[in-house]
Ligand binder design. Structure first.
Ligand code: PEP
Length: 243
């Protein structure tokens, strides 16, 4: 299975910046051994999708609503993401779980809506620092998987320890190995043999310098990259480390 390197731009990227990031990706992606995805803010999806049209780089959103359309001021539906040129969507990122109080059941409903609209979902899970200190990480992540993934889930899961996101702190290879094995076993229990084929991304301060060792850990199916996805050279450096 090819690894997936996904860039989460978060609330970054005006038109010129977006074009400066993706133009070099367009040229280099064809030679990569991994799948490449960029998830810009909603306002840049159409621009980015048109620059990347016909290339090997996919485009995704960072969230979607549960409904198809209607009276939901400020929200974006999965069908709108599709219409703008996205084929993927990140759901349940810890920043949305924290800032917007998103629950597992809401994330599950969003995941169903994304799949119904033809998008591939990346569902994020991960424990906070306090939960890791209390050795509760498996309980927390197990609960998030049970609550956020709909029956028959066939998308991607991203393990992102909250304490490693945007902090420069990376989980150790041993911690990543233990958690990715736990997630794999949980997916198989939850989804049956299909759980073996789900890519499990690691996210949390991935950089070109640490990507090779993190991506070599068993059951790591790629990376979800925040800060380093805002510079084409760094993002490509991570992608080149993928196997
Ligand atoms: C993220 O937000 O998904 C992320 C992993 O961020 P960073 O790479 O900046 O830690």
């Amino acid at each position: 299975m090819r690894q997936l390197i996904a860039g989460n731009w978060k609330m970054n990227g005006l038109r010129e910046e977006a074009s400066a990031i993706v133009t070099p990706l367009r040229l280099d992606a064809a030679d990569l051994a991994c799948d490449l995805l960029v998830c810009p803010p909603f306002t840049q999806i159409m621009t980015v999708a048109s620059i990347l049209a016909g290339s090997a780089v996919a485009v995704g959103g960072q969230d979607c609503h549960t409904g198809e359309k209607g009276a939901h001021t400020g929200d974006i539906s999965a069908a709108m993401l599709r219409d703008a040129g996205a084929t993927w969507v990140i759901l349940g990122h810890s920043e949305r779980r924290q800032d917007h109080h998103e629950s597992d059941s809401l994330i599950q409903a969003k995941t169903k809506a994304a799949v119904a609209a033809g998008l591939s979902p990346i569902v994020c899970v991960g424990e906070t620092e306090a939960q890791r200190v209390a050795a509760d990480q498996n309980k927390v992540v197990g609960g998030q998987l049970a609550g956020s993934l709909p029956p028959g889930f066939a998308g991607v899961v991203a393990y992102e320890p909250v304490w490693a996101i945007g902090t420069g702190k990376t989980a150790t290879e041993a911690d990543v190995a233990a958690m990715h094995l736990f997630i794999r076993e949980t997916l198989v229990k939850q989804l049956g043999p299909a759980g073996e084929t789900i890519r499990i991304l690691y996210g949390g301060s991935v950089r070109p310098a640490n990507a090779g060792s993190l991506l070599a850990v068993p059951h790591v199916g790629g990376a979800l990259v925040g800060g380093a996805s805002l510079k084409a050279e760094e993002f490509l450096g991570i992608a080149k480390a993928a196997t």
